[in-house]
Write a protein that binds this ligand. Structure first.
Ligand SMILES: [Zn+2]
Length: 373
């Protein structure tokens, strides 16, 4: 059974350790000690060296205590979106928040605490379970760098769940889009804007013409696109020679994504031809999307674990990327699970003690369910 006092004590202790990206060392140390105590073998991969961080991704493996079970992975990330040094924590009326301009860091320390308590509770009870791997990422908030650098050779799980989403607690992210970042450069010709504008080619005007032709925002129910940053020009009285646009497109359907990126390229080529500016257009696949069908093993497994707690997880199609995009891309089936924190990445971030406990119960139910194959 989940020990709420111990869960809350671990959570508040984790919150009070400052751990922005690349500075997860102390959190990792705390977790390594706790996880060894419950019988895990703890290792770190080399991601920390590649990323100039204090430590790599933490991989803890708890051997199965019965035969024929599922090899289950539970994960979260150790970094917070901003430093939390000197944070003043408030636990009041069943809500955990902080006072100040920073963030609480429940994203994702609530996920960590829930996994730790859920696993520990099953071990204490002596109930049968399969092999459990606990994967704690570094550098999630700075571009999923920890998972991108994960040594997948250290993972020997059948599938897994990453506890890293908001409300409602226990929701299941069934699909997420493939994401392409797009770097667009227009090169025109500089000229004095008052004396001889005819000699110039405005790169900014070319970029504007291109963007005005693009379909952006919510393109269809599975596809989005955005031109997020535009920069160019040197002075008010100079026809701008260069202009750069940073854009992106995402879709849960790869064919639609390719069509969208092609249409953005076409818009740029037309604008370049019209204005005489030179164009460079580079689209980079940031990560692949994923979609788990209703009968996928990890969907059925999560549903079964949830039903033991008397609830049915909401199946959500998500518009953003997560460590699961990377893990699925590396061949390890994973899905994001809702932790139940709210207002993340803001000073108002909070989580209720009830949601934290519910999340730990879900982690516990998943570990228990691993006893079966
Ligand atoms: Zn997170």
């Amino acid at each position: 059974m989940i020990n709420r006092d111990r869960l809350l004590a671990d959570f508040t202790r984790l919150l009070q350790i400052n751990s922005p990206a690349r500075k997860e060392g102390q959190v990792a140390e705390f977790l390594a000690e706790e996880l060894r105590e419950i019988g895990c073998e703890v290792q770190f991969d080399d991601a920390g060296e590649a990323l100039n961080g204090q430590c790599g991704n933490l991989i803890a493996t708890l051997p199965a205590n019965s035969d024929g079970g599922t090899r289950l992975l539970l994960g979260a990330h150790m970094d917070t979106v901003a430093p939390t040094e000197g944070m003043k924590l408030i636990v009041e009326d069943g809500i955990i928040r902080q006072e100040g301009a920073g963030v609480l860091g429940a994203d994702d320390k609530a996920g960590i605490a829930a996994i730790l308590e859920g696993t520990r509770s099953v071990v204490e009870s002596g109930a049968p379970h399969g092999q459990i791997q606990i994967l704690m990422f570094i550098c999630e908030e700075v571009g999923l760098l920890g998972s991108k650098h994960l040594d997948i050779g250290l993972i020997s799980s059948d599938f897994g769940y990453i506890f890293d989403s908001g409300q409602p607690t226990g929701h299941f992210v069934a699909s997420a889009p493939t994401h392409e970042s797009i770097l667009i450069g227009f090169k025109g010709r500089a000229a004095h804007a008052g004396v001889c504008p005819e000699e110039g080619i405005s790169a900014i005007a070319a970029a504007a013409a291109a963007i005005s032709r693009m379909k952006l925002g919510r393109v269809d129910c599975e596809t989005t696109a955005n031109a997020g940053v535009i920069s160019g020009g040197t002075a008010r009285n100079v026809i701008p020679e260069s202009c750069e646009v940073r854009a992106e497109a995402r879709s849960r359907d790869v064919n639609k994504l390719e069509q969208q990126v092609q249409s953005m390229r076409d818009a740029c080529e037309q604008a370049a031809a019209e204005t005489g500016a030179a164009l460079s257009f580079v689209a980079t696949r940031e990560y692949p999307g994923y979609r788990h069908s209703e009968d996928a093993r990890l969907v059925r497994f999560a549903r079964k674990a949830a039903s033991s707690l008397g609830f049915t997880p909401d199946m959500v199609d998500h518009g953003g990327g997560s460590d699961c995009n990377i893990l699925n891309g590396k061949g390890l089936p994973t899905a994001v699970i809702g932790v139940g924190y709210e207002e993340i990445h803001t000073a108002a971030e909070f989580i209720s003690v009830d949601n934290l406990a519910r999340c730990a119960e879900f982690a516990e139910a998943l570990v228990r369910a691993s006893a079966e194959g």
